[in-house]
Design a protein around this ligand. Structure first.
Ligand code: GLN
Length: 203
């Protein structure tokens, strides 16, 4: 694999698991906590965790604007779970007063669509862009995308509580977003998909 470096936002949440998965794929990573640590990266992962805390810490550390600039410049970014929430242009079910969003992804996300901590589950998803084999997905207090903008490509969906379609993996240009946690499974296809978006086919 040629030299690429992927940044993993390391303010809070399960950034370590993403780093381990990328290490397994032979990809160099950098933990990002300061604006200058974004410099020179080829892609950025915003992990799962708690989007309100992550947003507040990002605000405290002066990272919200640099992250917005990164994403809005069309550089590859992947948000998983809380990361998806932060990348969404619109969120419902937010805490009072809202939370800072990075935005860039033209979707409406329902922040706790799948409920609270106890409402975590694992399922097999069909994601044709990743191959015919269904892919395991771990949902933890997971969000769901309830509205897609015109330029957003759905990659995986589920049937919602009232029979409506909800989207749990989407792509818009250089932005990938998944409502679940691929870094908590042994299946590295989402990581390889993101690397292929970064310009590196991770075979
Ligand atoms: N629903 C959580 C939030 O609002 C995200 C949960 C997760 O990342 N596992 O941040």
């Amino acid at each position: 694999m040629s030299e690429i470096a992927i940044g993993v936002l390391a303010l809070q949440g399960d950034f370590e698991e993403h780093i381990q998965m990328l290490a397994r794929l032979g990809v160099a990573t950098r933990e990002v906590r300061k604006p200058e640590e974004l410099r020179g990266l080829d892609g950025l992962i915003i992990p799962g965790g708690e989007s309100t805390s992550m947003g507040l810490v990002a605000e405290c550390w002066g990272l919200v604007e640099p992250l917005r600039a990164w994403v809005h410049a069309g550089r590859p970014a992947w948000g998983t779970c809380a990361g998806l929430i932060l990348l969404a242009d619109r969120a419902v079910g937010q805490k009072r007063g809202g939370q800072p969003l990075i935005g860039g992804l033209d979707v409406t996300v329902n922040r706790n669509y799948f409920g609270r901590q106890t409402d975590s589950f694992e399922t097999m998803l069909s994601a044709p862009a990743l191959g015919a084999e269904p892919i395991p997905a771990v949902f933890i207090r997971a969000p769901a995308i309830v509205e897609l903008g015109a330029d957003v490509e759905p990659l995986a969906s589920l049937v919602g509580k009232t029979g409506e379609p909800i989207y749990v993996a989407v792509r818009q240009g250089a932005i990938l977003a998944t409502a679940f946690h691929p870094e908590l499974t042994d299946d590295d296809r989402w990581h390889r998909y993101f690397l292929s978006m970064v310009g590196e086919v991770g075979d």
